[in-house]
Design a protein around this ligand. Structure first.
Ligand SMILES: *[C@@H]1O[C@H](CO)[C@@H](O)[C@H](O)[C@H]1NC(C)=O
Ligand SMILES: *[C@@H]1O[C@H](CO)[C@@H](O)[C@H](O)[C@H]1NC(C)=O
Ligand SMILES: *[C@@H]1O[C@H](CO)[C@@H](O)[C@H](O)[C@H]1NC(C)=O
Ligand SMILES: *[C@@H]1O[C@H](CO)[C@@H](O)[C@H](O)[C@H]1NC(C)=O
Ligand SMILES: *[C@@H]1O[C@H](CO)[C@@H](O)[C@H](O)[C@H]1NC(C)=O
Ligand SMILES: *[C@@H]1O[C@H](CO)[C@@H](O)[C@H](O)[C@H]1NC(C)=O
Ligand SMILES: *[C@@H]1O[C@H](CO)[C@@H](O)[C@H](O)[C@H]1NC(C)=O
Ligand SMILES: *[C@@H]1O[C@H](CO)[C@@H](O)[C@H](O)[C@H]1NC(C)=O
Ligand SMILES: *[C@@H]1O[C@H](CO)[C@@H](O)[C@H](O)[C@H]1NC(C)=O
Ligand SMILES: *[C@@H]1O[C@H](CO)[C@@H](O)[C@H](O)[C@H]1NC(C)=O
Ligand SMILES: *[C@@H]1O[C@H](CO)[C@@H](O)[C@H](O)[C@H]1NC(C)=O
Ligand SMILES: *[C@@H]1O[C@H](CO)[C@@H](O)[C@H](O)[C@H]1NC(C)=O
Length: 660
């Protein structure tokens, strides 16, 4: 574009005017800066600081600054705002720390619970300061003062020095020391060059100094005047008791020839609690319920032990956790496992608000499982078959609210990852859950993709199978005098409700078999339907059947437990995790003898092919040795109630119960 001489002159004039205004701003006019700060900064915590804090902290400053305060008037109001600007807007050149002249240039101020994010080149250190005002200012100021916030300027200008002195005096004794929580997360890290062999990226280091003698903590500073902590898996947490400014240096190492790129980290300081955190709290880790060739179901532990409906309803209305999942073969999260923003960037699947591949995961609340207490469940789809995964549970922030200014807003990682794996391709097991009648059922069941293209329909099939059997039971139960006085009831210890519950638990477990790949060889697994074809038409080869040759005459080896499954699903050969024998004993104990229920005794014919037994030793490895409502892998640290075994076993009706 060409400018006419007149236009050129206009441009020059405007430019000159701008420069003048800028010069004017820089040198003399706090008024404009003040206005700008008020307009822009109303919503930031900065303007919520009572002016008094600035006065109290100024007391400790050098004489020159003190003089400025004593002069009172507009200049020190401007100074106050400049301080806030320093604390909250480190890159705003006009209010650079260099001008204030206290901390070295390039030192960034930190505010309570407000994270600072920065790129960091290898072999460099970034220094931050968490000022005393952030520790003692806001909290300890009297309420009446806080109300004055909005009229900061006018209040200062009218100058009520005497009153301020009193306030100052009453505040000082309270300013002793405070615990300060310093935490940081690595959000980005250098990446391995493609031609290099796998190794984990180097970690950042945090240096902390609480003495003004060392205002630039880092690898080159005096080690006696600082402490340091190397990041662990992309996270660092350091608490200390502080009474004065704290200086923090985040330092990046020199990277080797194997890596390329920079770091990006987020640092936050809090006087309330950790902004970023991770822990090894075993009680809050994740339970792998079951998986099939392409999906996996995981749940949290009970989110409460309270049976109070109000507590439970409150929990059921929220989804407190998020989750990350990673194929073990993919090393991208190495080095950032304990970092929320790092996992968000690098994890393969991030079941978070803005996470990656959220279409691969469904999450919701459930009360399934023993105790019927609230839990959160995660259902992952589209996973690779025969693969090992790790699931990492996390919270995006405290109480579901995350972000700057919120206590704990930087996220929390449960650092003990949960391992889970998927079944083999071509397998015929598929996870079903969220059933209407068998609402405790959530595991892989024998399936046939050519008959059930959709897992909802498969779940429906099994649920109907169980609920129609239950209808018959209800008719029998209706003939029992349940409401009779206790002397006339079938048992002093049990009533019809107990019988109903016991029957339903038993029924759902025996009607809906828990399925394992045929190729898995655990001693407690019962092979089924070995003579039948797989859904793709293939048969087991002779070698696979060979180990079971001795049992060929047993019906259990050539059929599913329930003929309706062979007819309706025709899954072909699979292995079954048998229902736990205590489900049967409990049924016999809970229901009237007239109903004729009985269980096979351990060691008797039919027991081994009908029921499994709980085996705590094996459970500890995460294996489910028998199936019961709420059974899952890796649940062992939760105590189970053991059933009292009575002497109720009769031999009549064994076959009916054993094979349904
Ligand atoms: C820092 O945290 C640890 C563990 O949480 C605690 O034992 C210690 O007392 C804390 N230190 C301070 C100074 O608060
Ligand atoms: C600085 O930290 C050291 C060790 O943690 C402590 O002994 C000292 O009192 C602290 N100084 C101040 C001024 O907080
Ligand atoms: C980093 O290390 C390399 C070789 O180990 C060295 O040549 C280089 O000078 C180092 N850089 C810094 C900034 O220390
Ligand atoms: C299970 O069903 C409930 C409602 O019936 C729903 O809220 C929840 O999201 C479902 N769970 C999954 C993982 O689909
Ligand atoms: C399952 O269904 C029964 C009644 O059919 C109900 O009492 C129970 O609360 C349900 N449990 C879950 C976890 O939905
Ligand atoms: C939930 O609590 C119940 C009752 O206390 C307990 O039996 C069950 O094992 C717990 N479940 C989990 C997953 O911790
Ligand atoms: C599945 O495997 C492919 C090839 O190894 C890999 O690229 C992909 O990330 C894997 N997907 C999942 C969800 O593990
Ligand atoms: C989180 O919620 C709990 C209970 O609802 C409450 O006690 C706690 O103060 C809350 N924490 C924050 C930081 O809001
Ligand atoms: C399964 O199919 C039924 C209809 O047959 C449909 O209503 C349902 O949404 C499907 N579910 C899924 C997960 O595709
Ligand atoms: C059956 O007994 C249980 C305790 O074992 C009790 O909570 C329940 O109310 C009883 N039900 C009936 C119908 O009496
Ligand atoms: C097993 O089942 C298949 C198909 O139903 C049948 O052809 C075969 O004869 C059965 N074998 C035995 C030993 O019952
Ligand atoms: C049942 O299994 C147990 C151990 O698994 C074994 O010792 C016993 O011999 C088996 N009984 C029959 C009848 O197969």
């Amino acid at each position: 574009m060409q400018l006419s001489p007149l236009q050129s002159r206009l441009v020059a004039t405007v430019a000159a005017s701008c420069l003048l205004v800028l010069l004017y701003l820089t040198l003399s006019s706090p008024h404009f800066a003040l206005a700008a700060e008020l307009d822009n900064g109303v919503a930031t915590p900065a303007t919520h600081l009572p002016i008094l804090d600035d006065v109290t902290i100024l007391q400790d400053r050098d004489d020159q600054e003190k003089v400025a305060v004593e002069e009172g008037g507009e200049n020190d109001a401007a100074e106050a705002f400049r301080r806030r600007a320093v604390a909250y807007e480190p890159y705003f050149g006009l209010f650079d720390r260099g001008i204030v002249g206290r901390a070295p240039a390039g030192v960034t101020g930190l505010a309570n619970n407000v994270p600072q994010q920065l790129n960091l080149d290898p072999s460099t250190t970034q220094v931050y300061v968490f000022e005393k005002i952030q520790m003692f200012g806001r909290r300890e100021a009297p309420a009446s003062r806080i109300e004055l916030r909005d009229e900061l300027g006018s209040e200062r200008e009218t100058g009520q020095d005497g009153e301020l002195d009193d306030e100052r005096a009453s505040l000082l004794p309270r300013q002793s020391s405070k615990t300060v929580f310093i935490s940081a997360n690595t959000c980005m890290q250098p990446q391995l060059k493609p031609d290099k062999t796998a190794m984990d990226p180097p970690q950042l280091t945090m240096y902390v100094s609480n003495t003004s003698k060392n205002q630039s903590p880092g690898p080159k500073a005096d080690p006696s005047q600082q402490t340091f902590q190397v990041f662990q898996e992309g996270a660092v947490m350091l608490n200390m008791t502080a009474s004065d400014d704290i200086f923090i240096g985040i330092s990046a190492p020199n990277i080797s020839m194997d890596f390329t790129g920079i770091w990006n980290f987020e640092l936050a300081v809090s006087i309330d609690s950790w902004y970023h955190s991770y822990n090894n709290d075993i009680a809050s880790d994740l339970i792998w319920v079951d998986s099939d060739a392409s999906a996996a179901l995981l749940i949290t532990h009970n989110l409460t032990q309270s049976t109070d409906p109000a507590v439970s309803d409150e929990l059921m209305s929220k989804q407190p956790y998020v989750m990350f999942a990673q194929n073990d073969k993919d090393k991208s999260i190495n080095g950032v496992r304990f970092s929320y923003c790092g996992l968000q960037n690098y994890a393969q699947i991030a079941a978070t608000k803005n996470g990656k591949f959220t279409n691969m995961v469904l999450t919701g609340m459930t009360k399934r499982g023993q105790g019927n207490l609230p839990k959160q469940e995660f259902y992952f789809m589209g996973l690779n078959s025969s693969s090992n995964y790790q699931g990492i549970l996390a919270k995006s922030g405290t109480n579901g609210t995350a972000g700057s200014g919120i206590i704990g807003g930087g996220g929390h990682i449960v650092s003990r990852a949960t391992q889970f794996n998927t079944k083999s391709v071509g397998g015929n097991c598929e996870i079903i859950f969220n059933l209407t009648f068998c609402n405790q059922t959530a595991y892989a069941v024998p399936s046939n993709p050519s008959k059930f293209t959709n897992v909802t329909n498969l779940a429906q099939f099994y649920d109907n199978l169980a609920s129609s059997a239950y209808d018959n039971f209800k008719k029998v139960l209706a003939q029992i005098p349940c409401e009779a006085p206790s002397t006339e009831r079938y048992s002093l210890a049990r009533n019809c409700t107990d019988c109903d519950v016991a029957y339903k638990n038993w029924l759902c477990s025996v009607t809906i078999p828990r399925c394992e790949d045929f190729s898995v060889n655990h001693p407690w697994l019962q092979p089924r339907a070995m003579g039948q074809p797989f859904p793709d038409g293939t048969q087991l080869d002779a070698a696979a059947v060979q180990p079971y040759a001795n049992f060929k005459d047993q019906a259990a080896y050539n059929n599913s437990r329930n003929p309706a499954i062979d007819a309706g699903v025709a899954p072909g050969p699979y292995k079954e995790v048998l229902p736990c024998d205590d489900l049967c004993y409990n049924l016999v104990q809970s229901c009237p003898a007239s109903m004729g229920f009985s269980c096979p005794m351990p060691g008797s014919p039919g027991f081994n092919t009908s029921y499994g037994r709980r085996d705590n030793e094996l459970d500890r490895d995460g294996d489910v040795t028998c199936n019961y409502p709420g059974a899952a892998h890796f649940i062992s640290d939760a105590r189970r109630t053991s059933m009292p075994w009575g002497l109720f076993f009769g031999m009549s009706g064994v076959v009916a119960l054993a094979l349904l």
